[in-house]
Design a protein around this ligand. Structure first.
Ligand code: ZN
Length: 263
């Protein structure tokens, strides 16, 4: 089982080796900005690396919103990121499920997701799998609770869509981790990646505040159980830099009884 971390984008392979990670996730541009990703000088090294690469799309992307001035650039930026993610050999592009504004019809938000995949298909398709991630907060989210996730999958199910399960977001979003993987897979049919994070916020707090696996309000054994049930690669998005994340990775390897694959 591949276990890695979300790291700074300057030198992801160095960050991976500092954490003894065999997977790595990073941003290709400012996560709070709308700039298209620039070509990377280390694209060939990343493509050829033993380490599995995942890209996280910018947080500003919200393809669900009814606001044209956000939705249209979001679609374009997501497509651009999928292209750029392919150049670094990424196994997937993680993007948050998004939301509609208060008072707007969530059904339109789900249909906007469908249109996003239709738009991409018209442009030749996403060049890497798009992994929609569950989110922690908001009352108008497309992928916070599983009832919404089921409606989202009804809308996009005709396309090839992946799923990234974040344990912090699920717990803070109000979904019990016990048995969660089966409930998610009943909807999506798949989990492509697990974001293994503890949560500073309590159950159903709506707070997106990650903590190290041994801290926070989630029993770490539950995070391990989710990973085991999902059988998918894992990325920790936890605080504490190299030391904090290396400890979290080592903890997971110990609990899961997995060795780091020989390089
Ligand atoms: Zn996450």
């Amino acid at each position: 089982m591949r276990i890695g971390a979300h790291v700074d984008s300057t030198d992801p392979l160095a960050e991976a080796s500092a954490r003894e990670a065999d997977a790595v996730q990073f941003f290709l541009s400012d996560p709070q900005g709308w700039k298209a990703p620039k070509p990377r000088e280390d694209a060939a090294q990343l493509r050829d690396a033993e380490v599995d690469v995942y890209v996280h799309a910018p947080y500003v992307i919200n393809v669900a919103t009814l606001n044209n001035r956000i939705r249209i650039p979001s679609r374009k930026l997501l497509l651009a990121h999928a292209g750029a993610a392919a150049t670094v050999g990424a196994k997937g592009l993680v993007v948050h499920g998004g939301h509609v504004n208060a008072g707007d019809d969530l059904a339109v938000g789900f249909d906007n997701w469908r249109k996003t995949f239709a738009y991409a298909a018209d442009s030749g398709g996403f060049e890497v799998p798009v992994l929609i991630e569950n989110t922690a907060g908001g009352e108008n989210a497309c992928a916070r609770r599983l009832d919404a996730l089921a409606r989202l999958w009804d809308a996009v199910g005709e396309y090839e869509v992946g799923f990234c399960l974040d344990t912090c977001h699920a717990h803070a979003g109000g979904e019990e981790l016990l048995g969660l993987v089966d409930r998610v897979k009943a909807i999506t049919g798949r989990i492509d990646l697990v974001h293994a994070n503890n949560s500073k916020g309590g159950f159903d707090s709506g707070q997106d505040r990650h903590d190290n696996l041994g801290g926070g309000t989630i029993d770490p054994d539950l995070v391990v159980a989710v990973i085991r049930a999902a059988g998918a690669p894992v990325v920790v998005e936890t605080p504490g830099g190299v030391d904090g994340q290396a400890d979290d990775i080592a903890f997971l390897r110990e609990q899961l009884g997995t060795e780091r694959p020989a390089a």
